[in-house]
Design a protein around this ligand. Structure first.
Ligand code: SF4
Length: 95
């Protein structure tokens, strides 16, 4: 990695990634369990900031930008989590 690449912000580095979007979500929150979850770590822990609350109060996940880091799986037992189907998902770029 060059000196100029090291100076990039996290947001800029994430912006270098490319994604091949799978047709189906590879992470599925269990909305019934999310509805009674007090911690809702997913809203704070995802480095891609991909979880949010919908107008109806349900957890919304924009799986298309997933970094496949697995952090949400570690902190939450209310998810079905798999890697995206073959050939899909994030492709990391160094710049
Ligand atoms: Fe966010 Fe990582 Fe979970 Fe993907 S695997 S949704 S990037 S925390």
């Amino acid at each position: 990695m060059t000196y100029e690449q090291e100076k990039l912000s996290i947001e800029a580095k994430l912006g270098l990634n490319t994604y091949k979007i799978a047709k189906a979500a590879h992470i599925l929150p269990d909305q019934a369990r999310c509805a009674v979850c007090r911690e809702r770590w997913c809203l704070r822990i995802c480095p891609g900031n991909l979880y949010s609350l919908g107008a109806d109060g349900q957890i919304v996940l924009n799986y298309e930008g997933c970094l496949e880091c697995g952090t949400c799986l570690v902190v939450c037992s209310h998810l079905t989590w798999e890697y995206p189907e073959g050939g899909c998902g994030v492709q990391y770029r160094l710049g």
